[in-house]
Design a binder for this molecule. Structure first.
Ligand code: PMP
Length: 428
């Protein structure tokens, strides 16, 4: 529309080109399923601002909590004059994260910051340097998290030098395994053997892994992979860090994706869905690890901002009151069936996967496993044309991912899925 076009022109003159937007419209309003632009166009939101607005983009409870908190104070700095909201969020995270051991929490602003700090804690607590990450991993855009991230373009190319002592191991990626019979335990053994040969288990401070990989392609490791890795880490005194920045907070139908296999991480990183859209992130982990750090070693000016904390408390309350884990499982039931039907009808859907409301299809050249990034782009563009916002991802740029707000109505979700299916059929 004309208003979005005018804003795009203003933007081009002042905003750096390195920040790219997938959808060329400017937002006026958004809720738990619809994004309305400044020209009055409406879009079905199947992206939630990349897995953030799980409770919706203007959840009344979050909005009220934000207004109330801001009217009291917008900031004091928890490191100067603390306040209750920070403590209350820590209580909630210690309660909701897996495991009944003693835990401690620290709050930050972004997912990347949470990851950086989880690694800081692991290195200090173990006195070791090496950090193990995986193929297809995404952990952020800061220097250490770039090093942990697998994909060069657009995240790493020409942005080095990168942080040292980061080692990359093969992931369990069932659709793309050379041996499709390989079990999760065997895939874990493959990685463990490489760690032992290349680094030595006693040199490793931390293993960091997304229990369902996000940007890398919504890769769900084979059953048994995560439990075997975490058990080996425990045996070797390695801090097992689950990066649940994208998969956490009811997204997969459990509070955390590791819950599906009963894995209890030593440290868990959280952000995105935690606070209904306000910038907040966290690490929660074993008290002995977190309390090993000297006072002043962790923190940041804005970490655990009081308005963001109020938003998180309200968002968590909404998740519990409205059983958003149940909603995520319902979305899985509704959407997976439709996606599988689609896969049976066309030859370009190579794989359908995911849990809860974190679902994906991998598009391929007809009848092969050759990635089809062109088709993926074309399908996302066609959906947008039809008023549906669809995100893509994947190391090969060939994955369409569905991350609807967990509060989306069945009607909107089904409408969105039908548009997606039609777009794929039209282009296949
Ligand atoms: N870890 C994971 C698993 C993520 O998906 C992301 C964001 N896509 C990050 C870390 C980085 O989070 P942020 O963009 O808030 O820094």
């Amino acid at each position: 529309g004309p208003k979005s076009q005018a804003l795009a022109e203003r933007r081009a003159a002042v905003v750096a080109a390195g920040v790219a937007s997938g959808v060329p419209v400017y937002v006026e309003d958004a809720d738990g399923g619809i994004i309305r632009d400044v020209d009055g166009n409406s879009f079905i939101d199947l992206g939630s601002g990349i897995a953030v607005t799980s409770v919706g983009a203007s959840d009344p409870a979050v909005v009220a909590a934000v207004q109330e908190a801001a009217a009291h104070f917008t900031h004091t700095c928890f490191m100067v004059t603390p306040y209750e909201g920070y403590v209350a969020v820590a209580e909630q995270l210690n309660r909701l994260t897996p495991g009944d051991h003693a835990k401690r929490t620290v709050l930050f602003n972004s997912g990347a910051e949470a990851v950086e700090n989880a690694v800081k804690v692991a290195r200090l607590a173990t006195g070791r340097d090496a950090v193990v990450a995986f193929d297809h991993a995404y952990h952020g855009r800061t220097n250490l998290t770039m090093a942990l991230t697998a994909k060069a373009m657009p995240y790493k190319t020409n942005f080095g030098p990168f942080a040292p002592e980061v080692y990359r191991m093969p992931m369990s990626y069932p659709f793309r395994e050379e041996n499709p019979e390989i079990t999760g335990a065997e895939a874990a053994k493959r990685a463990i053997t490489m760690i032992e040969k290349q680094i030595g288990g006693d040199q490793v401070a931390a293993i960091i892994i997304e229990p369902i990989q996000g940007e890398g392609g919504f890769i769900v490791p084979a059953e048994g992979f995560l439990p075997a890795l975490s058990a080996w880490a425990k045996e070797k005194g390695i801090v097992f860090i689950a990066d649940e920045v994208q998969s956490g907070f009811c997204r997969t139908g459990e509070w955390f994706a590791v819950d599906h296999e009963g894995v209890v991480p030593d440290i868990i990183t959280m952000a995105k869905g935690i606070a209904g859209g306000l910038p907040l992130s966290a690490i929660t982990g074993r008290a002995d690890l977190l309390d090993a750090v000297h006072p002043g070693g962790l923190g940041g000016t804005y970490g655990g901002n009081p308005v963001a904390c109020a938003a998180a408390l309200a968002a968590i309350d909404t998740m519990e009151q409205h059983d958003l884990n149940g909603r995520a499982r319902h979305i899985e039931e509704l959407a997976l069936g439709k996606l599988r039907e689609l896969a049976a009808e066309v030859s370009v859907v190579g794989d359908v996967r995911g849990r809860g409301a974190m679902l994906a299809i991998e598009l391929v050249q007809p009848g092969s496993k050759e990635p089809n990034a062109e088709l993926t782009k074309a399908v996302a563009a066609a959906c947008l044309q039809q008023g549906v916002i669809i995100l893509t991802c994947g190391t090969y740029g060939n994955v369409i991912r569905l991350l609807p707000p967990l509060v989306i109505s069945d009607e909107l979700l089904i409408d969105g899925l039908e548009v997606l299916a039609a777009a794929i059929k039209a282009h296949a």
